[in-house]
Design a protein around this ligand. Sequence first.
Ligand code: URA
Ligand code: CA
Length: 433
Amino acid sequence: MRMVDLIEKKRDGKELSQEEINFIIEGYTNGSIPDYQMSAFQMAVFFQGMTPGETANFTMAMVKSGDQVDLSAIEGIKVDKHSTGGVGDTTTLVLAPLVAAVGVPVAKMSGRGLGHTGGTIDKLESVDGFHTEISDEQFYDLVNKNKVAVIGQSGNLTPADKKIYGLRDVTATVNSIPLIASSIMSKKIAAGADAICLDVKVGAGAFMKNLEDAKELARTMVEIGKNVGRKTMAVISDMNQPLGFAIGNALEVKEAIDTLKGHGPRDLHELCLTLGSHMVCLAEKADTPEAARAMLEEVIANGKALEKFKVFLAAQGGNASVVDQPEKLPTAKYTFEVKAKVDGTVSEIEADSIGTAAMLLGAGRATKESTIDLSVGLILHKKIGDNVKKGEPIVTIHSNSEENNEVIKRIYESYSITHEHVERPTLIYDEIK
Ligand code: URA
Ligand code: CA
């Protein structure tokens, strides 16, 4: 087989066989296919797309390029949740203990990653003593015993995806739905999930800017899951503004605690109950999302979800008393209120630019080497559709620096305030099964 013939075949819109796709992924991973041929191939995919069969084969070839996690030592159906990414997305911190409290095993493998705030592990490290350096056996035992544990990423998962994603980044081929879908799904499948619940974000602060593209990405991922024998469903949710009020690490842990107590921000609460209901159904602990939702509401109301969070933190060395005394979480030295300059209604909160404001405070990593300040971040007091009076605080900055001019500038740039009537954005647009 010659790579040049396969590039030509895809360029002309023909379908590649499983054998041909395996040849491409294996060859690119082991270095026998050079970057320039892979670049040309990806550009051909960008314009011609891939059939559902090709996309599934492409995904599984990437899964097989490296280690695959075996979670068979854990009882029950392991459901993983994945969000396509947004600003201030605190859902994992809430969902892990919430669904575990109704018996769904949550075996979470998580990374640190780059972004406006840290990843799930960084956020959890705001809890004094909490760590994810546990052995695989400890991890399985903890999930069997408590139904929830988080372990740091280890092993060599999907090396093909790492190499391909790096190349896509510099060849203008990131934004191809079959390539995004196979990239995300390969990582979830290699991480050992039996079932996958996807949160596909749509809006100004997301990869997918419009609903049609978000639906197509969701359908493509659900189809991959079906084709390779993993139950998969997707919720399409709004990312036209940050989720919840908090953007930061310790601040989001506190927000998660509030949500587990039943008084979190309305949007975060609602999204967690929606995603959680589907996770419970995928794990076959309930027959309908309505029944699952009632179970989740019950464990919030009776305190079992909160109790589960304490057990989870303590089992991995964390000081669980922060759950009752969140003031023990890392706290920034200074707080500043950013005040509205005019009366009106909030019509826009540009998620990317407010995320950048949080990053400038030190909440996120700009490069792999950066360190994170767990205490800093932003609390939003006003969301889209809220009325504001001139002089009223719209955002509180939690900072370890006295000088925050750039941060303040970004916050003003991200907020738009109008005199016209503004509808609150829809939170959940669709569900794809
Ligand atoms: N996230 C991924 O993991 N892969 C993509 O291709 C895009 C977003
Ligand atoms: Ca949040």
